[in-house]
Design a protein around this ligand. Structure first.
Ligand code: NAD
Ligand code: UDP
Length: 318
C-alpha cells in the first residue's frame, strides 16, 4: 500500500477519473482540482476524494502535495477548437501556475503531453527524439503548440530550478467515461452504431491511429511518475489501424445496421500516428495489455448503460 498525498488536476475528466480511482486503490490520499469544463462530477461518484473547483489559468495556492498529475486541458478536437484560447492557456499559463507551486512545495509533477506534438509526422512510428511537424497557426495549434510549450516549461523548471518533472506523451486513449458528445472517433462511432445512425468517417478513412485502453494508460502514468526518468515518454498502444477498419470493427461488435458514410476531412488532420514505446518498455517495464476488441467491448458496454449527454461543455475562463 502507498500513502502519498496526490493532486490530480483534471481529475474529473475521462483519464483523470480512472487515475484517481487507481491511486485511491493503492492507498493514497487524493485531491482533485478541476474546472468541470469537460469533466463531470459523476465520474468521481463513490470515490473518496476532496474536490477543488478551480481553473488553472488563474493563479492557485496549493498546500504541499507529494505528487501532482496535470491532466487539465480540453482534449477532444471538437472541444478545443470551440475554446482554443482557454486550451492554449491551460497548457501554458496553467502549467506554469502548477510548476510554481510544485517548486515551492517540492512536489513532483507529471504533465500529460500528447502525440499531437509530433503533428503530421514525417517519421513513423514516432520516437521521443522526433521533433515533429506542426503547423503553428492552424486550428489544432492551440492544443499541440501549447502542449509543446507546456513541455518546454516543464524542462526549464527542471533545468533552472531543479523541480522534479515527468512528461507523458499520450497517444489516442479510449474507454468508459468518455463523453457521448466528446467528438473523438471511438465515442462517435460507438454512439452512432448503437443508434443505427450513419457512422461518419472523415476523409477516406485511410488515415491511421493507434488506440490504447484507459487502464493500460493509467498504469503507464503511475509507473512514469514513480520512475527516475526525466524527459518525455510515449505512452500508447503500437497496434495501428485505419479509421475505416475501426468503423467496420465497431459496426460488427455492436451488430449495428448503420451505414458507413464519408465526410469532409478536418484541416490539419494527421495522416498517421503510431508510437514507438521502446523507452516505456525499457524504463517503466510497461506495455499495453488490453487488445482493441476487448477494450471496445468494455466501452460499448459503458455507452449502452449511460444516457446521452445533453449539456454543452463550457470553458470557465473567457
Ligand atoms: P477530458 O476532457 O476528459 O479531461 C480533461 C479534464 O480537465 C476535465 O475534467 C476538464 O474539466 C479539466 N480541465 C480542462 N481545462 C481546465 C482548466 N483550465 N482548469 C481546470 N481543469 C480543467 O480529457 P482526457 O481525454 O481525459 O485527457 C486528459 C489529459 O490527457 C489532457 O491533458 C489531454 O490533453 C491528455 N491527452 C489525452 C489523450 C486521449 O486520447 N484521451 C491523448 C493525448 C493527451
Ligand atoms: N474521425 C472520423 N470520424 C469521426 C471522428 C473522428 O473519421 O466521427 C477521424 C478524425 O478525422 C481522425 C481520427 O478519426 O482522423 C481520430 O480522431 P480523434 O478526434 O479521435 O483524435 P485525433 O485526431 O486527435 O487523433
Amino acid at each position: 500500500m502507498d500513502n502519498k498525498k496526490i493532486l490530480v488536476v483534471g481529475g474529473a475528466g475521462f483519464i483523470g477519473s480512472h487515475l484517481v480511482e487507481k491511486l485511491l486503490k493503492q492507498g493514497n490520499e487524493v485531491v482533485v482540482l478541476d474546472n468541470f469544463s469537460s469533466g463531470r462530477p459523476e465520474n468521481l461518484k463513490g470515490l473518496d476524494v476532496r474536490v477543488i473547483y478551480h481553473d488553472i489559468i488563474d493563479k492557485i495556492t496549493l498546500s504541499g502535495f507529494d505528487q501532482i498529475y496535470h491532466l487539465a486541458s480540453l482534449a477532444s478536437p471538437v472541444f478545443y477548437q470551440k475554446y482554443p484560447v482557454e486550451t492554449a492557456l491551460s497548457n501554458s499559463v496553467g502549467t506554469y501556475n502548477l510548476l510554481v507551486e510544485a517548486q515551492k512545495h517540492k512536489s513532483r509533477i507529471l504533465f500529460t503531453s500528447t502525440s499531437e506534438i509530433y503533428g503530421d509526422p514525417l517519421e513513423h512510428p514516432q520516437k521521443e527524439t522526433y521533433w515533429g511537424n506542426v503547423n503553428s497557426i492552424g486550428i489544432r495549434s492551440c492544443y499541440d503548440e501549447s502542449k509543446r510549450l507546456g513541455e518546454t516549461l516543464m524542462m526549464d523548471f527542471y533545468r533552472e530550478y531543479g523541480v522534479e518533472i515527468r512528461i507523458a506523451r499520450i497517444f489516442n486513449t479510449y474507454g468508459p467515461r468518455m463523453r457521448s458528445d466528446d467528438g473523438r472517433v471511438i465515442p462517435n462511432f460507438i454512439n452512432q452504431a448503437l443508434t443505427n445512425k450513419p457512422i461518419t468517417i472523415y476523409g477516406t478513412g485511410r488515415q491511421t491511429r493507434s488506440f490504447c485502453y484507459v487502464d493500460d494508460l493509467v498504469e503507464g502514468l503511475i509507473r512514469l511518475m514513480n520512475s527516475d526518468y526525466v524527459g518525455p515518454v510515449n505512452l500508447g498502444n503500437p497496434k495501428e489501424m485505419t479509421v475505416l477498419e475501426l468503423a467496420q470493427m465497431i459496426k460488427k461488435l455492436t451488430n449495428s445496421k448503420s451505414k458507413i458514410v464519408f465526410k469532409k476531412l478536418p484541416k490539419d488532420d494527421p495522416t498517421k500516428r503510431r508510437p514507438n514505446i521502446n523507452v516505456a518498455k525499457k524504463i517503466l517495464k510497461w506495455r499495453p495489455k488490453k487488445d482493441l476488441k476487448g477494450g471496445l467491448k468494455e466501452t460499448i458496454k459503458y455507452f449502452t448503460s449511460v444516457s446521452v449527454i445533453k449539456t454543452n461543455i463550457k470553458a470557465t475562463k473567457q
